[in-house]
Design a protein around this ligand. Sequence first.
Ligand code: PRT
Length: 122
Amino acid sequence: MSSSEVLDRLAAVIESRKPASGGDPQRSYVARLLHKGPDAFLKKIGEEACETVMAAKDCDHGGDRSRLVGEVADLWFHSMIALAHYGLGPADVVAELARREGLGGLQEKAMRAIGESDSSAA
Ligand SMILES: N=c1c2ncn([C@@H]3O[C@H](COP(=O)(O)OP(=O)(O)OP(=O)(O)O)[C@@H](O)[C@H]3O)c2ncn1[C@@H]1O[C@H](COP(=O)(O)O)[C@@H](O)[C@H]1O
């Protein structure tokens, strides 16, 4: 089982829960969030991000690392609902990570700073 297969299957299920695909808010959690709209699933992303931070901090103090895995799973899951709403999916995120492969964060930041100073000089 590859991680991208799992993400692709989940993306397909989320797609099938969209209102246009007949998703039923009475029977499906995903359909309910999509039906409520961006405020509902974006709020969940904020909550899950905070819970991820708290679970990670607990790991620093001997906490259960499986809790961190669970919180990141919640964060990814709710982020995937947002991606689907905006017509995107895990393949788009993977493509962006692939594009960044080999470009160090400090290098990218330095390139951005040069671009910003060029545009302010123009
Ligand atoms: N991966 C998940 C998944 N992860 C988390 N959740 C649900 O997300 C909800 C919110 O999680 P919380 O920990 O915040 O729980 P809570 O405090 O009860 O949340 P709220 O009351 O704030 O909604 C819970 O009800 C979880 O069960 C998920 N629900 C569904 N999936 C996947 O989505 C598929 C489709 O789900 P349905 O659309 O519900 O059929 C499922 O088959 C799964 O593969």
